[in-house]
Design a protein around this ligand. Structure first.
Ligand code: PLP
Length: 444
């Protein structure tokens, strides 16, 4: 085995070396081809090797790659901020650029706290979040996250923010209607606000569809309206974590657009740079910026690389590419097709319990018994089996957890580049079906 010095996760004993990528495909140094069925970590949204983006990167680096945000602004960073304002819903007009989704959600948290401080309401500094959520890996973002495995080791240092349920109708309904479930979720939020005290709560944070900690858990059309109404009633800001669902992933530019509500602050990342550069953003509404601009005048946060022109030019090129080629529409169309094909496959599969999601964000939950919805035992290590079997078939899928305890539910997400074509979806489904049959043969 070749000695390497890069600290890596533990999926493989030996990691393949990727040499290049084109469109939905990646190629390793042994000549093996992979379909990037997960866009990496739901990131490479326009596929690999897009020439327009590469050209924009080269052009910007010839001008200037870096200036410090405390000293200068640049035309390209301003253009990106304007573009974010144009594509964001409602009055989400102001952008604060950072380098990762964790920084985006943590910045959103800080902005929410500052918003209340500017109005003399200094006790409003807690965040309510949901079990079955992932908002990032840094301590503040992890404090808001209900991802048990990622919290465990650092629990003593974390705030205990996660406290209410996410909508998990597949297991929660138990004979109740979706409407009844939604009423219960909203009531749970209200009770939690009373328990903590509304004078202590700055914001409620939620992913439109839960990603890593849920496997594309998809709320009803009404769920977020009910949750937002509770937030409004108790003077609590609403933060939408669109790091995974934003920038076209769910078939609309932002996930919350499916549910008819606009957040006060939005975090976005991943698909914004589409893997061509690390960039993310906290996007802030006029409502939230107003007391800040009239008070301290700016946001108390920042990173060395915030708004650097190199990343700004890259993200701008990604967004322009998406507009030019109607990539969001393709996500909706191809997503519906992929979900239909996986739903058909589920009918003949012994272990697919639930298929969910929107656009090219398709979640699949696996169970040992489809009738009782009993999950596989831990020893079975089902998600890793599925990931590995797909890897062997040359298909990348994104692993997720789906249990309320963060460990019992086995789910994956299919989230290929939003530029995928119908025949490529078919190829993806063929490889997925082969991997699924292989795992089923091993288990049953
Ligand atoms: N928020 C959500 C919803 C995510 O899915 C992720 C990453 O998976 C993050 C935040 C953290 O983003 P990053 O890994 O870029 O820090």
């Amino acid at each position: 085995m070749k000695r390497t010095y890069l600290i890596k996760p533990v999926l493989h004993d030996e990691y393949p070396f990727i040499t290049h990528g084109k469109g939905i495909y990646l190629y390793d140094d042994q000549g093996k081809q992979y379909i990037d069925g997960s866009s990496g970590a739901v990131t490479a949204s326009i596929g690999h090797g897009v020439q327009e983006v590469i050209n924009a990167m080269a052009e910007q680096s010839k001008k200037v790659s870096f200036v410090y945000r405390s000293q200068f602004t640049t035309e390209v960073a301003e253009q990106l901020a304007k573009k974010m304002s144009d594509i964001s819903p409602g009055d989400l007009n102001w952008s604060f650029f950072v380098n990762s989704g964790s920084e985006a959600t943590e910045t959103a948290m800080k902005i929410a706290i500052q918003y209340w401080q500017e109005q003399g309401r200094n006790t409003k500094n807690k965040i309510i979040s949901r079990w079955m959520s992932y908002h990032g890996i840094t301590m503040g973002a992890l404090s808001m996250s209900g991802h048990i495995q990622r919290r465990e080791r650092f629990e003593p240092m974390l705030e205990n923010y996660p406290s209410v349920s996410a909508p998990y109708y597949y297991r929660d309904a138990n004979g109740r209607t979706i409407e009844e479930c939604d009423d219960d979720y909203a009531e749970e939020l209200e009770k939690e606000i009373w328990r903590v005290g509304k004078e202590h709560i700055a914001a409620f944070i939620a992913e439109p569809l839960v990603g890593a900690a849920g496997g594309a858990l998809t709320p009803s059309d009404q769920y977020f309206r009910k949750m937002k109404a509770v937030c409004d009633e108790y003077d609590i800001l609403f933060i939408a974590d669109e790091v995974m669902t934003g920038i076209g992933r769910t078939g609309k530019m932002f996930g919350m657009e499916h549910f008819g509500i606009t957040a006060d602050i939005m975090a976005t990342g991943k698909g914004m740079g589409a893997g061509y550069t690390p960039i993310a953003a906290a996007v802030v509404s006029e409502k939230v910026m107003e007391p800040i601009l009239n008070g301290s005048k700016s946001i108390m946060s920042g990173h060395t690389f915030s708004a650097n022109p190199q990343s700004a030019a890259t993200a701008l090129a990604v967004l322009q590419y998406m507009e030019k080629y109607n990539v969001v529409e393709n996500s909706a169309r191809m997503g519906a097709y992929l979900k239909k094909r996986i739903t058909e496959l589920a009918q003949t599969s012994e272990i697919i319990g639930d298929v969910r999601g929107k656009g090219l964000f398709v979640g699949i939950e696996f169970v040992e018994d489809k009738l009782t919805k009993k999950s596989f035992s831990r020893e079975c290590d089902l998600v890793n089996r599925i990931v590995r079997a797909n890897f062997e078939e040359g298909l990348l899928v994104y692993p997720a957890n789906a249990g309320v305890d963060g460990i019992t539910g086995d789910a994956i997400i299919l989230s290929p580049p939003l530029t995928i074509r119908k025949e490529e979806v078919e190829e993806l489904v063929t490889r997925f079906a082969a991997a699924l049959r292989k795992v089923e043969r091993e288990l049953l």
